[in-house]
Design a protein around this ligand. Structure first.
Ligand code: NAD
Length: 256
């Protein structure tokens, strides 16, 4: 049986890696997908892969539609939610924030710009999307499930990633607090902490480092975007109906 038959899912960062895998998986479970990315062409390509034409921005391709948006820009996530609601005639009941960037540098050399950019996209972006989605759901009296992609690095740190680790730790606290505040409105909020997943983001990591990390993973291999998409599906569905404020680790046992 389809687990998300009548759901509308908004996925940010849907043009690549985990966001694209999440979009495909949620659609396979019956959800209509609003695929958003900074890279509008990449979001449209995701919609094309979902089986819709995806040729016209913001136009439903079958059940699905692509949207170009920068989640870190003040006002943009609110506008995005309005566009999605206008396109599908309802607010998304599932919201998955996958948009994220890295700007790695050791603390001793990190520039303020490296810090600001990563915090703006990974932390402020998730704040703006979570807030806009919650406002849309509460004002239409709809229940929902908000899923924010954090990282295991937000819990244990990582060399060269003070900015990224801080942003991802922030996402955990933000999500827990949102979970407390929004439970009374029937909105669940959970975060996922992936370990090392094979995507364009980790392709930038030197092979030597990846080999070293792989040796530290009890399961012996990097994760697949599907591994994260499976957990998103669980958290999006009623199978997790009594779970809120959780941070679910998907790491192959890398850290326990
Ligand atoms: P990716 O680089 O393949 O995809 C990220 C997507 O986000 C891209 O399509 C990019 O265009 C989009 N994006 C970037 N900035 C944006 C913005 N301002 N507004 C809208 N979209 C924007 O990366 P991925 O590996 O799929 O990562 C997805 C999420 O998972 C990120 O939040 C990342 O931090 C997190 N994560 C990844 C790993 C991993 O090992 N790959 C591990 C832990 C957490």
């Amino acid at each position: 049986p389809l687990r998300l038959r009548s759901a509308l899912a908004l996925v940010t960062g849907a043009g690549s890696g985990i966001g694209r895998a999440v979009s495909l998986r949620l659609a396979r479970e019956g959800a209509a997908v609003a695929a958003c990315d900074l890279d509008g062409a990449a979001a449209q390509e995701t919609v094309r892969l979902l089986g819709g034409p995806g040729s016209k921005e913001g136009a439903p391709g079958g059940n699905h539609a692509a949207f170009q948006a920068d989640v870190s820009e003040a006002g943009t996530p609110r506008r995005l939610l309005k566009q999605v609601q206008a396109c599908f005639s309802r607010p998304p009941s599932v919201v998955v924030s996958c948009a994220g960037i890295t700007r790695d540098e050791f603390l001793l050399h990190m520039t303020e710009d490296d810090w600001d950019k990563v915090i703006a996209v990974n932390l402020k972006g998730i704040f703006l999307v979570t807030q806009a989605a919650a406002q849309a759901l509460v004002s239409s009296g709809c229940h929902g499930s908000i899923i924010n992609i954090s990282s295991i690095v937000g819990k244990v740190g990582n060399m060269g990633q003070t900015n990224y680790a801080a942003s991802k730790a922030g996402v955990i606290g933000l999500t827990q607090t949102a979970a407390r505040e929004l439970a009374r409105h029937g909105i669940r909020c959970n975060s996922i902490l992936p370990g090392f997943i094979a995507t364009p983001m980790t392709q930038k990591v030197p092979q030597k480092v990846l080999d070293k990390v792989t040796r530290m993973i009890p399961m012996g291999h990097l994760g697949d975007p599907q591994d994260v998409a499976d957990v998103v599906t669980f958290l999006a569905s009623e199978d997790s109906g009594y779970i809120t404020g959780a941070s679910v680790e998907v790491t192959g046992g890398l850290f326990m």
